[in-house]
Design a protein around this ligand. Structure first.
Ligand SMILES: CC(=O)N[C@H]1[C@@H](OP(=O)(O)O)O[C@H](CO)[C@@H](O)[C@@H]1O
Ligand SMILES: [Mg+2]
Length: 546
């Protein structure tokens, strides 16, 4: 490491005074103008991580579903997964170092403690459509170079595309953007070949983000087998009243979508195209959401149907579904009782779900918000290859392996998964929705359609003096501190039929989130409001009480 070069580079990216970025659930996020030093330091970190692992790493400049004025970074392991959790502490230490001296000290400590070899690490960089991207990618590249590394700017990509490229690069596979489309398209065409059902039209809300161009290219590669119409492709503001997060949380049709007629098939991506939800118009202009829980269930059905066709002398692979506490209780019950599959609950954040899914031969994981994927164990893939071309079912499963982004949740891959699963069953969205009925739930600032109600749902993400006073256990289903909070939540829940509620500090925003579910919408709303008040009272809420 050339110390003089490092010091000089570090001094060009000073941290704004008082700014204390934290890695959080999925990387750093903040108002874009604050982030130059943070992104530069992430460049340093990923160059060091590349040296430590002896393989290429990745960095995406994106703030996902956040407003356009924000930006952030997502950090990618050589496997294509998110940054190893054991290194998050280094990310935090680097990000908060006050000045050049402090930063160089952290670098020295990192090199010593992690035994980083000297050399040049490769870091693959990508960015989404935010106007602040150009400067921040430059900052990331400078960080990589400051440690003698090689930044490779892969361009404007969805987050999952960059994860996929890093994974393929390190597996010595073709890893161009074009190969990404080819593999996905070819897997999809294999799976729908011979389906009697015709492709059904799907309107996709692209959140005015990077997913629009990528989905356009993918659907052109696939041709007539996929019938998509793209909306919110850049004509409006990024994530502004549109996108997967908006549709899932607000339960509203996105801006620019006039498909409210009964039965219209629609889907939404988020700003960096790693989340996907489906929805359709119901009578009276209402919207029915088909969220990540349902995508997991549909994936499980497709996999079960296919596994049943494998030769019976083959040991059957273990299949499991990983969810978080936000999964609707009805989905968990359906998976356990009807699909008879094991479910595992982990804390929020894909890194936790992904790790749990790796324990199964086929691990399906989805957050309710539509972020997830399916992982196939390498040993299983090997066995499927050995079965060769003579078994249709093995071929189908291998097509699924190609079509599903196994590095990370991918909305484009998700659309192909859903469309293939529905067509192979000859189903529309109604049959999918009819598998089970969601319990009414309430979270975040979901607005009510019934204007007569008084509850202010923005209050369901509570601002408190210090959200770290809320500590949870048992996959975030139990509040350990502040003292007395959980017993108050228990009292509230026990009075409500089919009631369930939990609170947790957000890992991406300075708020405590409240979730509640119950047998009726009114009961879920009331329970959420009551629990919100407990948080406000016991965790030093600020502002007007909920
Ligand atoms: C309730 C909810 O949707 N939480 C989201 C949100 O995390 P929070 O820690 O809740 O802020 O952003 C994460 C990153 O995108 C995502 O993994 C997670 O599911
Ligand atoms: Mg996202």
């Amino acid at each position: 490491m050339d110390l003089a070069q490092l010091r000089e580079a570090c001094s060009k990216y000073t941290k704004p005074a008082g700014f204390k970025p934290s890695y959080g659930t999925a990387g750093f996020r903040a108002e874009a103008s604050l982030l130059h030093s943070t992104v530069f330091r992430c460049g340093l970190l990923m160059a060091a991580r590349a040296l430590k692992t002896g393989a290429a790493t990745g960095l995406v400049v994106t703030a996902s579903h956040n407003p356009v004025a924000d930006n952030g970074v997502k950090l990618v392991e050589p496997t294509g997964y998110m940054l190893d959790q054991s290194w998050e502490v280094w990310a935090d230490k680097l990000a908060v170092a006050e000045d050049t001296d402090a930063l160089c000290n952290v670098i020295r400590e990192l090199y010593q403690q992690e035994d980083i070899p000297y050399g040049s690490g490769t870091v693959m960089l990508a960015y989404d459509t935010r106007p602040s991207a150009e400067e921040l990618v430059k900052a990331a590249g400078s960080g990589v170079q400051a440690l003698g590394g090689l930044p490779i700017v892969c361009g404007l990509l969805t987050t999952p595309q960059l994860h996929w490229m890093v994974r393929h690069c390190n597996n010595s596979l073709k890893h161009t953007e074009s190969t990404y489309y080819e593999e996905f398209a070819s897997g999809f065409c294999t799976l729908v070949k011979g389906c009697k059902a015709e492709p059904q039209a799907l309107t996709v809300d692209c959140a005015n983000g990077v997913g629009a161009e990528a989905l356009k290219t993918l659907s052109e590669r696939i041709g007539a087998q996929l019938s998509v119409t793209l909306r919110n492709t850049g004509e409006g503001g990024l994530n502004e009243a549109c996108g997967a997060d908006y549709v899932q949380k607000e339960r509203q049709f996105p801006a620019g979508m006039d498909d409210r007629q009964h039965g219209a098939r629609c889907a939404s991506l988020d700003g960096d195209a790693d989340r996907l939800v489906y929805f359709h118009g119901m009578p009276a202009g209402n919207l029915q959401l088909l969220d990540g829980d349902r995508i997991a269930v549909l994936a499980a059905l497709l996999i079960r149907d296919t596994l049943q066709k494998l030769p019976s002398d083959l040991p059957s692979p273990s299949v499991g579904i990983v969810q978080t506490a936000y999964a609707n209780g009805a989905s968990t019950q359906y998976i356990r009782e009807q699909l008879r599959l094991e479910t595992v609950v982990t804390p929020t954040g894909v890194k936790h779900l992904h790790a749990a899914a790796e324990h199964f031969d086929i691990g399906i994981y989805f957050e309710a918000n539509g972020h997830g994927t399916v992982l196939f164990k390498p040993e299983l893939i090997q066995r499927l290859h050995e079965l060769g071309d003579c078994h249709e079912a093995a071929k189908d499963l291998l097509a699924l392996v190609d079509m599903i982004n196994q590095a990370v949740g991918d909305a484009l891959s998700g659309i192909l998964l859903v469309e293939a699963a529905l067509r192979r069953r000859g189903w529309g969205l109604t049959e999918w929705a009819d598998l089970y009925t969601d319990l009414p739930s309430r979270q975040l600032k979901t607005l009510t359609r019934d204007s007569g109600r008084k509850t202010d749902f923005t209050a369901l993400q509570i601002k408190v003096k210090d959200r770290s006073v809320v500590v949870t256990a048992d996959a975030e289903t139990r509040a350990v501190t502040p003292e007395g909070l959980q017993s108050r939540i228990n009292d509230s829940v026990s009075a409500v039929p089919s009631g369930r509620a939990f609170v947790r500090p957000s890992g991406t925003e300075d708020v405590v989130r409240v979730y509640a579910e119950a047998a009726t919408q009114q009961a879920a709303d009331d329970l959420a409001a009551e629990v919100a008040r407990h948080v406000y009272d016991l965790a030093a809420g600020i502002g007007a009480p909920p």
